[in-house]
Ligand binder design. Sequence first.
Ligand code: GLN
Length: 495
Amino acid sequence: MIKVLTALGLVDARRLLDNREISAAELTDAHLNWIDEIDEQVKAFITPMHEQARGMAADADRAIAAGEASPMTGIPVALKDIFCTVDAPTSAASEILKGYRSPMDATVVERLRAARAVFVGKTNTDEFAMGSSTENSAFFTTHNPWDLERVPGGSSGGSSAAVAANEAMVSLGSDTGGSIRQPAGFCGVVGMKPTYGRVSRFGLIAFASSLDQIGPFSRCVEDSAMTLQAIAGHDRRDATSAPVEVPDYLEELRAGVKGLRVGIAEEFSSVEGMEPGVKEACEAAYAMFSELGAELVPVQLPNAKYALPTYYITAPAEASANLARFDGVKYGLNIESDTLLDTYLRTRGEGFGPEVKRRIMLGTYALASGYYDAYYVKAQKVRTLIKRDFDRAFEGVDVILAPTSPTVAFKIGARVDDPLQMYLSDIFTIPANMAGLPGISIPCGFSEGLPVSLQIMGPAFGESVIFRAAHAYEQATTWHKERPALLRERADTTV
Ligand code: GLN
């Protein structure tokens, strides 16, 4: 059987590779060629890694021939350009790190490398992961494969667009307030943000350290589970990575949702600016869970409405501290001036973009003596209340459903002049970050021809039950099989 190699999922690719019906070199070349053809339009990649990918594919083929393949061996993976890699520059989409070469790999990169995955490139992001559209990238904006005039979401928009456009089979992103789930939602792919501590953050360029978490993008739930399996687990180099055993995520995947208690929070049913098409598709998805045998249970999250304002104190405060290291001396850009202070000022003044500066100023203000108690400490207290709401809710339910985002992908440029409007795209994703909980975004319909997505949140370290619920819904629907027109034109191109 001849297949479009770039359309394969992990399970089929694994079988074909292990049976030697295709080689990792062929699979890699198919992806690299397609990147060459389509990425001019999508612009998912800051740094494609053709040469490195071909070398890694050759290694993968040798491992397969030696009977040493693991699930990720030979699989084309894209990496958000915020994970340190020794063999390609790491920029965080910032002028201040342009061309920066890390002396080490991030733990997630190291694990995938050890598994002999193939890195096809580093993907675009909002600068230092601050944004919801990739428009804050210092280099260019990524385009949504469903409609090239629209944003792919962000900040991991390059990673979501790459998977949606078949430029990579799976990819990794980071999610501080929604940066995996929201772009997955806008691009109609699966995006999983694990529990805080589930995946090591070592080698992830820090935005807000108490919130940042790494996770996968894929075109189906099973691929998401398999990719998370490869990167999850304790790492002594990240003090916040949890020494909690990683279960086999495929074990429960097919258990279905019969008898599962599924929470619906009134607080997530409607917010200002929510599009009716999104509301409708999500409500239909809730009903589908009931049809599949789950029990829908109302839950209360009264403090969830404070998550967004609390996040915009906590995240900038942590960012202002984390970004202090970019001073023109230790890393990246250096604009040498007469005095050391001028060197700092000029390097940071020219190296950081406007949104990053806004966050540094907001965060520095919130941490300033005299304001610290009123802002940062208060935000920490509210954060505890948000977490307690979830803890209480999860005493009675297995998962909680919500929309991923209140709107579908918006037009490029539509929100750049209105930061508050931009911040609102994460209103449904931020609560899980504040509580440290896992959540997945999966396709659940279309509105005006653009993907609408459902979010499934779970208790801490409850990724298995999330995958199980997501898989059951996915198998009962066909939304995830819809592909952007960009690819349909190519449906008869076989490799
Ligand atoms: N859009 C949110 C922000 O700009 C979330 C970003 C993220 O998760 N990295 O902060």
